[in-house]
Write a protein that binds this ligand. Structure first.
Ligand code: MN
Length: 248
C-alpha cells in the first residue's frame, strides 16, 4: 500500500508529521506538499510555468504549486509508482459546507478520485495553534476502518474534526454538507501611496445549524464524515430544461 500525503497548508505544517506517524503502519507514506500555504486555491493547476520539486526528507517532497499539482506529480511524476490512496490534510481550519468548493485540501482528495484512487480530506475545526497529535490519531483510526472495509475507487470522504480534548469527542457522525451564511468579506483600505486596495476575508463564516450537516455534528462534538461524489449534474433541472425546448 502506497499512501500519498498532501495538504494545502504547506509542507511545513505539523499536521503532515503527525499524519505520517499514524499512516506509516498501513504502508509506505510519500509526502508531496506545496512549498507554501495554498489554502483556498481550490482545484487550480499550474500550467503557465514549470514546477520545481525539492526533496525535504525521506519520501518527502515540496512542490512550488498547488495541492492538485502535488497529486498530479505523484501520479505522473518521477517519484515511483502511483499511490493507492491519497490523504489530504489535516487542514488548519474547517472545510464544511460550501468550503469544499474553495478548499485546496478537499481538491487534492477530489483529484485522487479523478486519478482513480480513493481520497480522504481531513480538517481540524479551529484556527488556534495546535500540534495536530489528537486529530491525527482520529484520522489514523478512521483510515484503518476504511482500509478494513476496503477501498472503492470513487470513495471521497471529507472529515471535519472538532477541536476538543479526545475524551470530549462524542463519536463519529456520517453527515451531509451544510450551508454557509455569508458575511461581508471584502475589506477596502488605502495603501501608503493613496491607492485603494481590497482584501478578501472579514469574519470567520458561520453555518446554518441544520441537523444532519457537517457543521451541526462538529458543533455538537462529533467527528463529521461526509461522503462526497463528483456528479454535479442537476437531474431535476435537466428534466425541466428539456421541456423548455431550447433552440440554437
Ligand atoms: Mn488550508
Amino acid at each position: 500500500m502506497r499512501i500519498l500525503l498532501t495538504n494545502d497548508d504547506g509542507v511545513s505544517s505539523l499536521a503532515l508529521t503527525q499524519l505520517r506517524r499514524v499512516l506509516s503502519p498501513f504502508g509506505r507514506v510519500i509526502t508531496i506538499a506545496p512549498d507554501r500555504n495554498q489554502s483556498a486555491t481550490s482545484h487550480s493547476l499550474t500550467l503557465h510555468r514549470p514546477l520545481r520539486i525539492h526533496t525535504v526528507g525521506e519520501d518527502a517532497y515540496s512542490v512550488d504549486g498547488t495541492p492538485t499539482d502535488c497529486v498530479l506529480v505523484a501520479f505522473h511524476g518521477q517519484l515511483g509508482e502511483p499511490p493507492d490512496l491519497v490523504v489530504s490534510g489535516i487542514n488548519h481550519g474547517p472545510n464544511m459546507g460550501e468550503d469544499v468548493f474553495y478548499s485546496g485540501t478537499v481538491a487534492a482528495a477530489i483529484e485522487a478520485v479523478l486519478q482513480g484512487v480513493p481520497g480522504i480530506a481531513a480538517s481540524l475545526v479551529t484556527r488556534q495553534p495546535t500540534d495536530f497529535t489528537d486529530s491525527a490519531d482520529i484520522v489514523g483510526r478512521l483510515v484503518r476502518q476504511v482500509l478494513e472495509r476496503g477501498l472503492t475507487r470513487r470513495m471521497l470522504l471529507n472529515i471535519n474534526i472538532p477541536f476538543l480534548p479526545p475524551k470530549k469527542i462524542k463519536g463519529v457522525k456520517v453527515t451531509r454538507l451544510g450551508t454557509r451564511v455569508y458575511e461581508d468579506t471584502l475589506v477596502r483600505k488605502v495603501d501608503p501611496r493613496g491607492q485603494d486596495y481590497f482584501w478578501i476575508g472579514g469574519e470567520d463564516p458561520v453555518w446554518r445549524p441544520d441537523e444532519g450537516t457537517d457543521f451541526h455534528s462538529v458543533h455538537a462534538g462529533h467527528v463529521s464524515v461526509t461522503p462526497l461524489q463528483l456528479e454535479l449534474t442537476d437531474h431535476g433541472a435537466r428534466a425541466d430544461l428539456q421541456e423548455w425546448g431550447l433552440t440554437p
